[in-house]
Design a protein around this ligand. Structure first.
Ligand SMILES: Nc1nc2c(ncn2[C@@H]2O[C@H](COP(=O)(O)OP(=O)(O)O)[C@@H](O)[C@H]2O)c(=O)[nH]1
Ligand SMILES: [Mg+2]
Length: 461
């Protein structure tokens, strides 16, 4: 792609991606900036200058689309697709539930015998309850992505960046002390929910920064030890990214104190967490605070395990991304990156290096403030992964429910077939089959003793 862009006729240059990529010194960069009419003010590094020139050059190309808007549009398409799938699945669940209850009402034994068999094999605890919770899960269109990380990792700045608005306070020492849920709303407003169920919610219309700040932040460290009266602050915004149904959760820094950990723990317990963004303060001696991340992961996975037992959605650890923020402040970039990836490999289940991205949210924000179409390459990468984990989370939710239904039906058919076969058997035949099954069982038991003994021998060797 090339074009002649004439700033002053004297210095007109044929500009292409390649020419910008190959800029070697400041004077070349300044020449091209004149031709493209780009102000390089505020930049000190040659690489940053090349990045800005490239963004302007891309913007001048025919058919240019703002990258962030492109991602938002794609995510909205995913939502439409997900709505369709969930609608169909919901109908299927309702039909199956109805069939089961009709069968149950018509016979005193039939279906309860199957439910008993399903319980014995450990597939269900209470079929009725499980139908309800699966239906509830599939009815919810929201896709909750929890943003976590240590204090000052840049969570609030990053959230402001992707929402396109300075809605959260982002400054050193200004710590989120309650769960803040950001979701789509036609008009900007906030709702404050209290732990005390008898206390009515507070609604704030036309929220400005100061009001939100007072609700969400607590700078007094002693007070941060105690959990707040507020259960969560919900902020509704007409932001494009949120139109997809994605809900972003800003959390207090985990591992800071017990009070803050309880806040996060309760949230995970009471909500469906579908995705996870972990912000790493990369300039912090290599970044990953293992204790905090392990603690958070344990909280999420333990809570989610009990949820799966109850029949609700379970969080899939592969629906997670890791953002190495403050990348502009990191000196030995390769070394720090390797260190972070090595640690994550050890800590995170189903860890995938593709989901690790480096970014300077600060630079990305500065560039976007200069021009809404300047989306830095790092930020583009992060948006890409965010879209991917969002789509993966939506698919996972549908897949989990579909798989449950499939297993339920297959196992039920299996038990029914066995029952019919048994009905067709004479008493003698049944006795023989029982005898045969018992003999096989005894054989298996004996063989398993042998296997365990030989395994033990192998270990001892
Ligand atoms: N240089 C630099 N500063 C950043 C970056 N991201 C955030 N910050 C700054 O770090 C401080 C803490 O950020 P904040 O968003 O409040 O962090 P939080 O506690 O995780 O929500 C603020 O002063 C931000 O401006 C970054 O990528 N580079
Ligand atoms: Mg914050």
């Amino acid at each position: 792609m090339a074009g002649t862009l004439e700033g002053s006729s004297e210095k007109s240059i044929d500009i292409s991606f390649k020419i910008i990529q190959e800029i070697e010194d400041f004077s070349e960069a300044f020449d091209i900036s004149e031709n493209l009419d780009v102000d390089l003010g505020g930049l000190e590094e040659l690489e940053e200058m090349k990045e800005r020139l490239m963004m302007e050059f891309q913007k001048c190309q025919p058919g240019f689309i703002n990258y962030k808007e492109k991602i938002c549009r794609e995510m909205k398409d995913y939502k439409r697709d997900d709505n369709n799938k969930r609608g169909k699945l919901h109908d299927l669940l309702t039909q199956t539930k109805t069939k089961f209850s009709i069968a149950d009402a018509n016979s005193s034994e039939g279906i309860s015998v199957i439910e008993k068999a399903l319980k014995t094999e450990g597939f269900v605890k209470n079929l009725g309850d499980e139908f309800c919770s699966r239906q509830e899960t599939i009815e919810k269109g929201e896709c909750c992505i929890v943003v976590a990380g240590e204090t000052s990792a840049g969570k609030s700045l990053f959230l402001n960046l992707i929402l396109g608005e300075d809605i959260l306070t982002s400054k050193h020492g200004s710590c989120t002390s309650v769960i803040t849920r950001l979701s789509y709303g036609k008009t900007k407003h906030a709702r404050v929910i209290y732990h005390d169920k008898n206390r009515p919610d507070d609604i704030y219309d036309n929220i400005d920064h100061g009001e939100i700040h007072k609700l969400v932040y607590e700078e007094n460290l002693d007070k941060r030890e105690n959990t707040s009266d507020i259960k969560e602050v919900q902020i509704f915004l007409p932001a494009k990214l949120l139109e997809s149904g994605m809900v972003l959760i800003d959390t207090p820094g985990i591992g800071e104190n017990d009070g803050m950990d309880v806040v996060v723990e309760k949230f995970v317990d009471e909500n469906q967490v579908t995705g996870f963004i972990y912000m790493i303060k990369s300039d912090n001696g290599g970044g990953v605070d293992e204790d905090r991340l392990v603690k958070l992961m344990k909280i999420i996975l333990q809570k989610e395990k009990t949820k799966e037992e109850k029949g609700t959605f379970r969080f899939d650890p592969s629906c997670a991304m890791f953002i190495c923020n403050h990348w502009d402040r990191v000196n030995e970039k390769d070394k720090v990156y390797k260190h972070i990836v090595d640690r994550l490999h050890k800590i995170w289940p189903k860890f995938d290096e593709e989901k690790v991205k480096t970014i300077s949210s600060y630079n990305a924000k500065t560039e976007m403030e200069r021009d809404q179409d300047y989306i830095t390459p790092d930020f583009q990468d992060v948006l890409n992964i965010l879209r991917n984990i969002y789509s993966q989370a939506l698919n996972e939710r549908v897949k989990v429910t579909y798989k449950w239904m499939k297993t339920l039906l297959l196992r039920s058919v299996h038990h029914m077939t066995t029952m019919v076969k048994q009905l067709n058997c004479s008493d003698d035949k049944m006795m023989n089959k029982m005898k045969e099954a018992n003999e096989n069982f005894e054989k298996l038991k004996n063989e398993s003793v042998d296997v365990i003994t030989s395994l033990r021998d192998m270990i001892n060797e």
